[in-house]
Structures are given as C-alpha cells and as structure tokens.
Write a protein of this length. Sequence first.
Length: 178
Amino acid sequence: MATKPFETYFDERTLLTGQQAPAGDHFLTLRSGTVFKQSVVYNKAYAGFNNSPTQQVSVADVWMPLDAVMVQGATTPTFTFATNQFTYIGPNQIIPNTIKAAMSCVVEVAGGGHFEIGVFVNGLLIGDPMVIAVAQGFEYVATEVTRLLVTGDIIEIKIRELAGTDTVTVSSAQLVIA
C-alpha cells in the first residue's frame, strides 16, 4: 500500500464549509511532526455587568479583581463560573480560545489616572495588558489574548492603577471566551 506524506494528503482535501460539526467529528492537528486527534469541543463563555457602578480605590502597581459582581450569561458546559472567574472543565485543548476583557470606567479625581486591564489565567497575567490614561470622566478599555486552555484553568480580569491611588468606578465590564 502506497503512503503519502501528511502535508500532501491533507493539502489535496477541500475546505469545510462554515457549519456546526456533526457528532463524531474530530480535529487533527500536526504539531512538530506528531498528529493529535481531539473531539470537536465548543468553548464559549460570557459574564458581565452593566450600569452597576462599583468604586475601587487602587493601590499603585497592584492588580485587583473587580469589586462588582459579574453575572454569567450564555456559557458552554465546558466552564463553571463563580466569584467573577471562569474555570475550564473541558479537555485539554489543541486549538486556542480567544479571551477578551473589556470595561467602562470613570475616574473621580481631577487630573485622572493611568490604569491597566489584564486577562489572568491561574493568577498569572497572560499577554500584554491594555493601558488607559483616564482624564477625569468616562473611558472604555479592552484587551484580547489567545490561549490553549487546560482542564482546571481559572480565567478572570483584573485592573491596576499605575501611578498613585486614584479612585476609579468600573461601571460596566465583560469577560468573553470564544
């Protein structure tokens, strides 16, 4: 029986149309010369709050979780949610998810402040945080990272003030995993 190299065999295949995968479908991934097989798992999660302002007095250069209570929205069974954190309970992934953190905030102090928003997995900052310089008033900030999730990963968003101890009010926030 003749064999073909992996790349030749799969380069001759046509692309799938954009539709939901039927039960029994699997992903095959070639990574460093090894083929991995995984069931199709859809990982989606959403939590947020809107118009529920919570003041946070920031300590300079310290990451803080949000004070307000987020409400879980549409989420696949591969996640659980508690205390503003998603815990991934699905199988270890071979295809990464996109994690987005966004918030609207108001700084109460004339002169404003410099803040960062970051995505944390297992207590560690993932990727680069998004910096925002807020003059007194209302601002929006968001950041997005990609991550291969592993069973047990805990995902959350945090904020920190960079220069002083300004008071910031987070009026709306979202944590989205897609």
